[in-house]
Design a binder for this molecule. Sequence first.
Ligand code: PMP
Length: 361
Amino acid sequence: MEGRTYNFSAGPAPMPRSVLERARDELLDYNHEGASIMEVSHRGKSFLEVAEQSEQNLRDLLKIPANYKVLFLQGGARGQFAGIPLNLKGKKGSADYVNSGHWAQSAIKEALRYLDVNVIADGKGASFHTMPEESEWRFSSDAAYVHYTPNETIGGLEFPFIPDSGDVPLVADMSSNILSGPIDVSRFGLIYAGAQKNIGPAGLTVVIVRDDLLDRGHSNCPAVLDYRVQADKDSMYNTPPTFAWYLAGLVFEWLKEQGGLEAMDQLNDRKAGKLYRVIDESGFYHNKVDTRWRSRMNVPFTLAAPELDKVFLAESEKNGFLYLKGHKSVGGMRASLYNAVPEEHVDALIAFMKEFERKYG
Ligand code: PMP
């Protein structure tokens, strides 16, 4: 492993090794500038090329239609929890939210500072192990937008469909599953994602927003969060997180080299599929999420006895497996399997889990 470990962190998360190597090689002297890309002006030729090329690559990967802007911002996904109501409220008084777990709840809490929230579907009663089917969702007729969280990073629940919100813009927090497979961007009014899982390092937030939604902003919306302002300035109203943007651009190139999102889709099916299979067949490990709603990116699991948790974590760490501890709100373990986690690392985890079960089961 040459000093690197099996990293299953939920985010910030592993980056492709070849991306890190290239960043290392280019670190001191980018493009014969005699300076690092992080040391040069965001308005200089070198960085503008990085910005343009990375956006084009993201557009190619996700097949983003021409009537969508791509913004590269700061503030994280949580910044957008506020940015979305502030930009999309328009003259409406409320928005529809789907409550699928920790991150949906956090988005709702922040939105309540700015508008009324109708929770149109709630998985709380089912401990977020499943969600009501779409036919049961109570869409409002006059919502400013419909917000949902396609992948709940902590609960390990992923929507198996794109909801149909009719004429109301659909807004999606894709922080933990963007780029894990192809999606039909035209079904969405807005997609946003913190970068630190499938895009690159922390510090960058990507927003993909349909043109007609750029001018609904509240007059109190901070200019740095204002989609119209940032779109008109090519995401450079304030200084963008240039180094994170550059690294994201390298990840987009890497994704294209891997065969794009269709290839990722197959890889992610295989990686998650084999891990869930081992969990389900074991009787020692458990995952409670309804099989149709299981996440390919984040796989939480518990052991036969909670007192074994500490032993599992200590032994896994000793064997080079990092960050398998589940989020404190749900306990147990969690393996995050983002694009840059190699399939062999999942195979190694499975072998370790089988051996652990043999010893303690
Ligand atoms: N939404 C989801 C689905 C997340 O997983 C996270 C972070 N783990 C966030 C929002 C918050 O992101 P940030 O820390 O970038 O604000």
